[in-house]
Structure formats: structure tokens, C-alpha cells
Write a protein that binds this ligand. Structure first.
Ligand code: 15L
Length: 269
């Protein structure tokens, strides 16, 4: 039987990076976004859905006959509170409720380092299940996403894994990302582990590569079966030459959330 995975936010940065990497001959990817999604190549098994994660009826229809949901949808940067509340917080509730109603047993949620952005690096490696310390409204929405995931796992027995993603881009873009980078290939390995780990229940794992300069624990992700194969250090010389090393006095160095924790960061009210 073909497996069907619904990916929300499929037109976004992470969704686009994951599309080809999560494709498999015996798998259909149902790609959902409000933004246009490029059509499929001939040998790709994809279904395209244009809808908002805040549309309950559309989400329930999108969850029909789905084996698992990877929820990447929502604002990926700081936005005014009303938008965060609607799209990220309410949207995550809509997705989880639609999955529950449609009988989907497993949901993987894109959380973020910004859920714990104010964690001070001087306190040591950022362990798994770090208590929330959001750095923005966006960070608050990721805390809410984790809380909703926990609720749906406890109350309805669903398997829900929240991945606190560091920085998932093709390449690290600055010196901080030499620590926070999740390579796209490792991202796919991690999502595969989240999809296949037997009965995980509710988990919160770090989404990061095994970078030489890594700040985060890999233990809980590895307990799910993830094994990172990438290290940002291969880009270090190039990144440091272009962007410089981190200034130890800057929040980019002192806090997990980087400049998002700094006094100059524009929190959209
Ligand atoms: C995130 O959560 C954002 O979605 C992404 O754009 C990056 O800013 C990333 O965190 C990061 O902290 O590098």
C-alpha cells in the first residue's frame, strides 16, 4: 500500500528543501500551501492542495487517507501578534484537530530554536526538553505548538514529535549558523526518523546537524533513530571570511535565538 504524507507549508523554505528528499517510489506527498507550489516532475508522486492551515474544512479534507502529517506551515519569522495568533497558533490547532478527526495517528511539528531563544549559552549545551524561553511572538507560537502537540498526544494517544529546528538552509548563512545548521539532507533523515520511530508518543527533539560547533543535544533525536551525517565545519572558512566570527558580546553569541534576543530586534506588535 502506498504511504501518503501531508506536508503543510510545502512551498516554504524547509518544505521546498524536503520535497525531493522525502519523495519515494512507494510514497505520495500531498503538498499543501496557500502559495503556489511548482507542479510535479513526471516520476514524482505528488498531490497539490491550495489551502490555508487556518481553514478547518480544507484541512480535514487534506488529511483524508493520510498516514502522517508534517506541519511546516505558518509564518517563519516574527510578525504582529494578531497574525501569529491566527496562522501559527490557531493554524496548528486546526491542523492537529483535522488530523485527529481524519484518524491520522502521527504528526510531526516544526518547532524552532526560538521557542527557547533566551536560553543563555553560558548555561551549557542546550539539552532536550529545555523549558520554554521564547524570544519573540513567533517563539511563543512555537511553544504553543509544542503544548498543543503534547495535548493531542496525551488526550488522543496520537504520536506527535515537535522538532526544534535550528537553521535549515542549503548552507549556513553566518557564523551563528555554523552552530545551528540543520543540513537539508539531515533534515530529511530526521523527518524520516520521526515518521518511522515505533510508538514515540510525544517528543521534543532538536533539529540540528552534528556540527563541530553545535550548541544543542542530539540525544533525543538519536533515540528516534536519527543519525546526522553532515557538519557545517566544511563551510566554516568561507562563512567566517565573508561574515566574520561571532562577537562574544553580541546576543548572536550569548543566546540561542541570536540577534532575535538583542535590543535592536524589531518585535512586531
Ligand atoms: C527560525 O525559526 C526561522 O524560521 C528561520 O528563518 C531562521 O531564522 C532560524 O529560525 C534561525 O534561528 O536561524
Amino acid at each position: 500500500m502506498t504511504e501518503r504524507i501531508l506536508i503543510t507549508g510545502a512551498a516554504g523554505i524547509v518544505g521546498t528543501l524536503m520535497r525531493s528528499r522525502l519523495a519515494a517510489p512507494d510514497r505520495t506527498l500531498r503538498l499543501l500551501d496557500i502559495a503556489p507550489i511548482p507542479p510535479s516532475d513526471s516520476d514524482e508522486r505528488v498531490e497539490i492542495v491550495t489551502a490555508s492551515v487556518t481553514d478547518a474544512a480544507a484541512m480535514e479534507a487534506a488529511c483524508a487517507d493520510v498516514d502522517a502529517v508534517i506541519h511546516l506551515g505558518g509564518h517563519s519569522l516574527e510578525r504582529p501578534w494578531a497574525e501569529i495568533l491566527d496562522v501559527n497558533i490557531n493554524g496548528t490547532h486546526v491542523v492537529l484537530e483535522a488530523a485527529r478527526r481524519a484518524g491520522v495517528r502521527r504528526v510531526v511539528l516544526a518547532s524552532s530554536n526560538h521557542a527557547v531563544g533566551y536560553y543563555q549559552r553560558s548555561s551549557g549545551e542546550a539539552g532536550d526538553y529545555l523549558f520554554p524561553q521564547p524570544d519573540t511572538y513567533y517563539g511563543v507560537s512555537k511553544v504553543a505548538l509544542e503544548a498543543l502537540g503534547s495535548l493531542y498526544a496525551s488526550r488522543y494517544g496520537m504520536d506527535v514529535i515537535a522538532v526544534r529546528i535550528g537553521s535549515c538552509f542549503e548552507k549556513p548563512r553566518d557564523a551563528r549558523m555554523l552552530s545551528t545548521w540543520l543540513s537539508p539532507d539531515d533534515g530529511a533523515r530526521l523527518f524520516e526518523a520521526c515518521l518511522s520511530a515505533p510508538s514515540p508518543g510525544f517528543r521534543v527533539v532538536w533539529g540540528v546537524s552534528d556540527n563541530t560547533r553545535r550548541w544543542f543535544s542530539l540525544a533525543e533525536a538519536e533515540a528516534l533513530g536519527y543519525k546526522s551525517q553532515d557538519d557545517s565545519e566544511v563551510f566554516a572558512e568561507e562563512v567566517v571570511a565573508e561574515k566574520g566570527e561571532l562577537d562574544p558580546a553580541s546576543p548572536a553569541y550569548t543566546h540561542l535565538g541570536g540577534v532575535w534576543c538583542g535590543p535592536d530586534f524589531d518585535t512586531a506588535v
